[in-house]
Design a protein around this ligand. Sequence first.
Ligand SMILES: C[S@@+](CC[C@H](N)C(=O)[O-])C[C@H]1O[C@@H](n2cnc3c(N)ncnc32)[C@H](O)[C@@H]1O
Length: 388
Amino acid sequence: MKKEFQMVATAAAGLEALVGRELRDLGMECQVENGKVHFQGKQEELMKANLWLRTADRVKLVLGQFPAKTFEELYQGVFAIDWQDYLPLGVQFPVSKARCVRSKLHNEPSVQAITKKAVVRKMQKVYARPDGVPLPESGPVFSIEVSIRKDQVTIMLDTSGDSLFKRGYRTDKGGAPLKENMAAALVNLSNWFPDKPLLDPTCGSGTIVIEAAMKALNIAPGLRRSFAFESWPWIDQELWRQLKETALAAQQDDVELSIMASDIDGRMVELARENAKRAGVLSYITFKQMRLQDFQTNLINGVVISNPPYGERLMDDEGVSRLYQEMGETFAPLRTWSKFILTSDGQFEEKYGSLADKKRKLYNGTLRVDYYQYYGERVRRSDSGSQA
Ligand SMILES: C[S@@+](CC[C@H](N)C(=O)[O-])C[C@H]1O[C@@H](n2cnc3c(N)ncnc32)[C@H](O)[C@@H]1O
């Protein structure tokens, strides 16, 4: 079986650089591209990327890349891959995804079918199975993916299984939750550090504050879930056990955090609490049922990260306008606090009452959103007692 792998960590548009930074922090060289980050490594890197990446979607092995404008070229390119280096006899190997962009080959179901046929034929050849007799497919799953972009084919194997945003701590999601990797990205894109107060005043199911606490406590995001690669016969189970054990030992519990989360809806606060409990961070977050308009504090140098209702699903336009205006009025006195607000509302700044220092274009699923960033005035702790 293969020892060295070409890999990609996929990411939502706008988050690739964050994934690249995370990989480098894990000690891996990488190259950032649109929607993905390329890196190389052995089983250890494959495992670590799945276990530790907070902002990525998935980790995939890249098995082959070649040009193809016809089905024959696609077939030959797929057949040429050393499938026996990855797929033992008896495993399931669905071609679960095909994506064709600006290419001669654009019929995705046909691309899937041809790819499957080429893999089957190659497996029959290398494992000396007669043509026409179906290969046994009942064991672990190796999901094959085909991407064709401008006639360049990339053949990949998904190692993650469920997308990496599924950490396993959130069961009931409530209203309009952020994906966990998006919430982690909002934290990474903010200027919050664990020594500063953090508030999410529209916490919903609690994703932002839970991700912040997990990061501060160095809790590996993948510790509570399983991955597709775990069932693969050639995976070094002892190495995987050691990496999880190391991750568990690296968790910190003696960090003092000042993290607050509130929501107008008491049921959401309860749900957020349950999620935080499952994530192992409940005792680090203060949850409260509260209107954001009622927030007051004497703390300084804090950070607000909020994903308020946008209007699309949760609130009418008038309600949203009023909420944003009241948000601006409530936060204005918090001079030393930075505010980071994610919304799809193009008129947010007008309604909020001030122009953002910086705006970052992101996608919440398929919805185009902006991350409005207002930086707090810098004040040394000794210079100021109370404010607000
Ligand atoms: C888009 S959801 C937040 C989702 C959250 N980020 C998550 O991942 O689950 C917006 C939340 O704002 C809350 N909300 C609406 N008006 C509010 C107000 N005036 N004060 C506090 N929370 C409010 C809603 O109850 C809802 O839970």
